[in-house]
Design a protein around this ligand. Structure first.
Ligand code: ATP
Ligand code: MG
Length: 272
């Protein structure tokens, strides 16, 4: 039986789908058989991320309603011999799949793959509640280092634990060295202490993430800091002891000076 990993967040738009796609690729390139399970029902996006949107005929709801077999709905990702995608329906609602159905779907997929990465919808309502009864082996909670996101992450963390899911491990996304150094942004350690959750990884804010998306390229094929951060997370998931580099650690003076000169300042608008 494979291991299912849920990627959840409180606030939306924190980078779950980006992480889920790249993490799946990272694990697949380590030689594991991986299925990326898109569960953002009604707002699916992984097919576009992975460039297979034109290949979708069936989705997970079709498997559950018996319209097709699981094998018919799985999309092998070209160029990634160990990676497949199971898309979710685009024109249905989260309530169209019951928690029991979802559990049976995850179990069917786990029987075929070493890792099942579940890209969950944001928040605690739309869709996530249905997923909570699934057989989830590992929960990864993604947040960005700001008060609003931390507050929402706290709510999701308690909901996951209330439902008997494994204690989530935290990944902090969009960290910025200069902002942490100047004291404007929390570092990953502070976020993990605030939420009282073990820290699994930290991902820098990296313009290449969006540039890759605009160019329809896979982030995992781009030589950039975010890609290497996700690779390190994948290695930690497989049990390797990979040290956390600690984004925001004091850098050499000339780099700080360079940043100081180039960074735009926050200037308040004066009301007359
Ligand atoms: N480390 C990063 N650096 C810079 N931009 C990032 C980073 N991670 C994600 N992004 C950007 O954030 C945006 C939202 O990412 P994504 O769609 O993965 O979030 P999400 O959590 O899946 O959103 P939703 O809750 O709507 O499903 C994208 O434009 C993506 O390029
Ligand atoms: Mg998403």
């Amino acid at each position: 039986m494979g291991r299912s990993i849920l990627i959840a967040s409180g606030k939306g738009g924190v980078g779950k789908s980006t992480l889920a796609a790249s993490l799946s690729q990272a694990l697949a390139r380590q030689g594991h058989k991986v299925c990326l399970l898109d569960m953002d029902i009604g707002l699916r996006g992984q097919d576009t991320f992975l460039g297979v949107e034109s290949q979708i005929v069936y989705d997970s709801l079709d498997v559950l309603t018996g319209l097709c077999r699981l094998h018919d709905a799985l999309i092998p990702i070209p160029g990634e011999e160990n990676l497949s995608l199971l898309p979710c329906p685009q024109f249905s609602r989260a309530k169209d799949i019951t928690p029991a159905q979802f559990r049976s779907l995850v179990d069917q997929v786990r029987a075929l793959f070493a890792y099942v990465i579940i890209d969950a919808p944001a928040g605690i309502e739309r869709g996530l509640r249905g997923i909570l009864k699934a057989s989830v082996d590992d929960c990864l909670l993604l947040c960005t280092p700001d008060d609003l996101c931390l507050r929402d992450a706290e709510r999701v963390a308690s909901l996951l634990q209330e439902k008997g899911l494994p204690r989530p491990r935290l990944i902090v996304n969009r960290l910025n060295d200069a902002l942490i150094e100047s004291g404007e942004m929390y570092n990953a350690k502070t976020c993990s202490e605030t939420l009282d959750l073990p820290l699994l990884g930290e991902i820098p804010d990296d313009i290449n993430v969006y540039r890759a998306q605009l160019k329809h390229l896979w982030l995992y094929d781009i030589d950039c800091p975010a890609r290497y951060a996700i690779e390190r997370i994948a290695r930690r998931i497989t049990g390797e002891a990979v040290p956390l580099p600690c984004i925001g650690k004091r850098r050499p003076w000339y780099i700080r000076m360079w940043d100081f000169m180039l960074e735009p300042r926050v200037k308040e608008v004066k009301h007359i």
